[in-house]
Design a protein around this ligand. Structure first.
Ligand code: HEC
Ligand code: HEC
Ligand code: HEC
Ligand code: HEC
Ligand code: HEC
Length: 327
């Protein structure tokens, strides 16, 4: 539906919204209609910060000041451009449950979490009790030590109504990632791809060749590709410190938890001694994605130069734009 709206002639969203107090009295129908009006507002950049207005309208008509479920779900904070500057606190005001410890004490079959380990839970970085996905990335001690992920590092907005491509007349052209809240090719793959041991000149995959190198990536990487991890969701110094003599730290994000049996095309930042560009790297970007550089004062100026002008029509589908991250 987002798609349809961006194609259609722009509706006077704001005036419609203002002139619709009747709707509020129409009970559920009213809620649904004004919800779709709110949606129009969130698709138009001029009205992008209109959530609070909607809430105030509610208050004026004597309704609850708290947004109802439908409105909250389509709160503009979920979509571009508002989501780009949203803080974790704003998201957590409604979603604190994602950080609550919620692993079952026992599976339905009676297995306790402490009794099971998954194949990837064998790196030295993996510590503590079983944890939920969000906690493992945001609040566990290791996550806090080496990473600084925010909600919007991963969440860039998606269409809650229609998450499958080509399944209705209105979204035939949308470039959606099937049933995904997050663009896995842009985000997850950075830390969960296969290790590209071939370009490193390693004889075999790390699992087999690590003994040759004392399980220490820094034997090579103290001098190779040294300009790394300068992004707003990692803690580069802490990573280097933790990785001294322990390749599990590096491998953890570069092959040790490879959910995806494909490679991530890392940007190839120039580094002293790395002036020559090998053939396989000819098409690689030389800087990280601009959105990963905001908030890094030293780099954001350069990033702004490198960045293409932002797309004008913010829609949830934008976040699913193909990043060409494969192979
Ligand atoms: C005003 C309250 C509110 C705020 C603020 C809010 N959300 Fe939501 N969000 C909701 C509601 C309600 C839903 C619907 C939940 C459901 O269907 O289970 C939802 C759904 C979601 C979903 C699932 C979407 C889907 O397609 O099923 C994600 C992901 C999400 N929110 C992330 C965020 C993020 C990230 C932020 C901050 C940028 C945020 N939310 C801020 C209320 C809010
Ligand atoms: C490492 C990336 C990542 C980060 C950081 C992250 N999320 Fe998510 N989140 C995901 C993924 C992936 C899913 C989809 C899980 C699924 O489809 O079952 C998800 C699902 C959700 C959902 C829907 C929950 C459900 O049960 O469907 C909400 C709400 C949500 N996230 C909110 C947040 C909030 C709030 C934050 C910040 C405190 C946050 N997320 C940080 C990746 C992330
Ligand atoms: C910045 C790097 C980074 C990004 C981006 C990232 N992860 Fe992770 N992920 C990690 C690290 C580090 C761990 C393991 C931490 C540890 O060893 O305790 C992990 C662990 C996991 C686990 C195992 C959780 C457990 O407790 O067993 C899953 C599943 C996972 N990630 C999925 C994802 C998905 C899906 C995405 C994209 C939405 C994603 N990750 C994005 C770094 C990342
Ligand atoms: C034998 C030396 C050597 C060892 C050991 C080594 N690397 Fe590399 N690595 C390289 C070389 C050479 C490159 C490619 C340099 C270039 O871009 O020209 C590279 C590239 C990379 C890249 C970027 C790949 C890409 O597609 O752009 C990553 C990530 C990486 N290494 C991680 C690791 C990790 C993690 C370990 C340990 C688990 C490790 N390396 C061990 C030599 C090594
Ligand atoms: C918490 C996850 C994490 C850990 C730990 C980690 N990396 Fe990375 N690494 C990343 C991410 C994410 C990127 C891509 C960042 C970007 O967009 O520039 C990256 C990029 C790289 C690159 C490409 C550099 C370039 O040219 O931009 C190399 C090489 C690399 N890592 C090697 C290592 C080595 C060696 C270690 C251990 C000292 C290590 N990584 C530890 C997540 C991690």
């Amino acid at each position: 539906m987002q798609h349809a709206q961006t194609k259609a002639a722009p509706l006077p969203a704001r005036s419609l919204q203002k002139s619709s107090p009747l709707l509020a009295r129409l009970g559920r129908l009213g809620a649904v209609l004004s919800c779709s009006l709110a949606l129009v507002a969130c698709g138009s950049s001029a009205d992008s910060a209109d959530a609070s207005a909607t809430v105030q309208d509610d208050a004026a008509t004597g309704q609850l000041a708290r947004p109802d479920y439908q409105r909250a779900m389509y709160d503009p904070i979920h979509f571009k451009p508002a989501i780009e500057s949203a803080t974790d606190e704003q998201c957590l005001a409604c979603h604190q449950e994602v950080l609550a410890p919620s692993v079952r004490t026992e599976s339905l079959a009676g297995v306790q979490p402490a009794q099971v380990k998954a194949w990837y839970q064998d790196l030295s970085t993996y510590a503590g009790d079983q944890e939920t996905f969000h906690r493992r990335h945001l609040v566990t001690p290791y996550a806090k030590q080496v990473m600084d992920l925010k909600c919007n590092t991963c969440h860039q907005g998606n269409d809650p109504r229609e998450e499958a491509p080509g399944s209705s007349a209105t979204n035939a052209d949308d470039n959606l990632r099937l049933r995904k809240h997050v663009d896995v090719g842009e985000v997850c793959l950075m830390c969960h791809a296969k290790m590209n041991f071939e370009v490193m000149g390693l004889p075999e995959p790390w699992q087999k060749s690590k003994a040759l190198f004392n399980n220490d990536c820094l034997m090579c990487h103290a001098a190779i590709r040294t300009n790394r991890h300068q992004v707003n969701f990692l803690k580069p110094e802490a990573i280097e410190a933790a990785a001294q003599g322990n390749g599990d730290v590096c491998f953890g994000c570069h092959g040790g938890r490879a959910w995806y049996q494909m490679l991530f095309p890392y940007p190839r930042h120039p580094w002293p001694g790395g002036e020559e560009v090998p053939d396989w790297a000819k098409d690689r970007p030389t800087t990280s994605l601009p959105r990963f550089l905001t908030g890094l004062p030293a780099q954001s100026a350069a990033a702004a130069d490198a960045a293409q002008p932002a797309a004008t029509e913010p829609t949830p589908a934008d976040s699913a734009a193909d990043t060409g991250a494969q192979q």
